[in-house]
Ligand binder design. Structure first.
Ligand code: R5P
Length: 301
């Protein structure tokens, strides 16, 4: 097998370095700066000719810049003679726009997939990609995308950190799409799960409702979701659960997008614990998914 190189942008540093360590790969952060007019300068600081290269790109806040830098890297790697490129985009941006909700809207994730195909990438690996309407990322990205889950790492974290949690706890998914994560977490922890119904009124305003009754024995709740952005979904879910009399509440998610006052909201909710995975950097990215990424990369290398 050709030798492996893991590259990352600054934001992907933590996750990429851990992944490189598990793969016993060379590791470097790309050199990037922004010119006064806003254009990006980018340089790959090591020799990639003939190697399997794994760019790990955490995309957050300056999403469009981060995407362009990924495109520049992918095209440059091809040009510099990399043997195979396995792009890791732990959080796939634009995935929530996977449908035309109003006439004339852009199908953003379809365009992003086309752009990633246009620059060279043999495989794309992503984590808990949000594809509510489409379901399977392969419908948009083709066969060469692998969508792994952060839920097993979240379950391990909960088992280690809260071994006492069990029996009287229930796993709660805030909306229909979260059933996949709530059911997996419930199975891994040996707990029942319920899934709520969510209505979104605006970017920050959501309402969640029970769609089935809460099991009587439930005394504590573990909320699981794929994304915390404004924190509106989690806040509304916590409020509903408290009204039902469950006061010990734990919140976990894969992607800490944490836009607007998302972090402040989560920290202020008086939760028993909260944590997200390190697909994106944040003060609460304490659950490591490098193990699941490394296994998936090994299978493709
Ligand atoms: C949406 O369906 C996702 O699964 C999340 O529930 C949502 O993106 C969270 O966003 P926010 O924190 O802004 O409510």
């Amino acid at each position: 097998m050709s030798s492996l190189v893991v590259l990352s942008n600054e934001k992907g540093f933590n996750l990429a370095r851990r992944t490189a360590y598990l793969l016993n790969a060379e590791f470097a952060v790309i050199e990037q700066k922004t010119f006064p007019d806003g254009e990006l300068y980018l340089r790959i600081p090591l020799d990639v000719r003939g190697k399997i290269v794994v760019p790990v790109w955490s995309i957050k806040e300056e999403i469009n810049n981060d995407l362009i830098s990924l495109m520049l890297v992918l095209d440059t790697l091809w040009d510099l003679g990399a043997n195979k490129v396995i792009s890791v985009v732990p959080y796939m941006p634009y995935a929530r726009q996977d449908s035309r909700f109003k006439d004339g809207e852009a199908l953003s994730i379809v365009t992003i997939a086309k752009l990633l195909r246009a620059v060279h990438s043999d495989y794309v690996v992503t984590v808990d990609m949000h594809l509510h309407r489409i379901g399977d990322p392969r419908f948009v990205f083709g066969e060469k995308i692998i969508n792994v889950s952060g839920v097993d790492a979240i379950a391990d974290y909960i088992k280690n950190r809260h071994p006492q949690l069990g029996g009287k706890a229930i796993v709660v998914g805030p909306d229909e799409e979260s059933e996949q994560w709530a059911s997996r977490l419930g199975m891994l922890l040996g707990l029942k799960w319920v899934v709520l119904e969510k209505e979104r009124y605006s970017a920050e305003e959501v309402e969640v409702k029970l769609r089935e009754s809460m099991p009587r024995e439930a005394e504590k709740a573990i909320i699981i979701d794929d994304i915390i952005s404004t924190g509106g979904t989690i806040e509304s879910t916590v409020n509903l659960i408290r009204k039902l009399g469950l006061n010990e509440i734990y919140v976990y998610c894969t992607h800490p997008v944490l836009s607007a006052s998302g972090l402040y909201k989560i920290v202020s909710l008086g939760l028993a614990d909260y944590a997200c995975t390190n697909t994106l950097p944040s003060p609460i990215s304490t659950i490591d998914v490098s193990g699941v990424l490394a296994s998936s990369i090994k299978s493709l290398a």
